[in-house]
Design a protein around this ligand. Sequence first.
Ligand code: ZN
Ligand code: ZN
Length: 236
Amino acid sequence: MKVYEIIIITMIILLSSNLFGVIYSLIVLKTSIFKKYRIQQIPYKKGIFKQRFPLYFFNLVILSGFGIGGVFLLYDFFDTGLPSIWVFIGQVLFVFIIDDVWFYFMHRYMHHNKYLLKKVHSIHHRAHPPFPMEYLYTHPFEWMLGTIGPFLGYIFIILVMPLNIYAFWTFALLRNLHEIHIHSDLKLPLLKNIPFVSAVEDHDLHHAKLNGNYASTFRIWDRIMKTRFNQKNTSE
Ligand SMILES: [Zn+2]
Ligand SMILES: [Zn+2]
């Protein structure tokens, strides 16, 4: 597989998952289809999507740039054949775990460091109540720092074995969809009980309370570090 073919498919994944996020957001904001599933029944400000769009777009350009740069850097270490099921699941899960550990500590530090909280992370906390595309409403510096997590995961993998291209693409797709999901403010019947994975309420509560539930994907880090908060805002 040529490098440009990998770049085209990577870009299709990044852009289509974000297009899904845009359509999903517009449905949440402009229709009442999902209204009964909303966690915070606070109304959205009029014109909020249009107001937020420049930062979504800017961060999407950064994401695309890092995606293309990442493919160039990792190209020699890709295995482009069909993987065994265990290599595939193992690599996707491993990158999710490393990414989430990185995100947990980075995110927690941004809350503890008052300068970073005020100047950088507070931008993301303007998303209250959140809606799907608000995952991209983040200070570009924080957004760029966040890309370190997956890269650490990829680097750890290529130290011991080739990185399978299908695992790379699947992680990119699922990571975007997960971020869109946890910012949706919706408790959807089919998705609310995925085992081990953080529920929408966890991150929703974090946006509302500015405290606890620092992990993005798994609940376990907040449980281990005793920073998990439940619906009643009491530490578990
Ligand atoms: Zn968030
Ligand atoms: Zn936060």
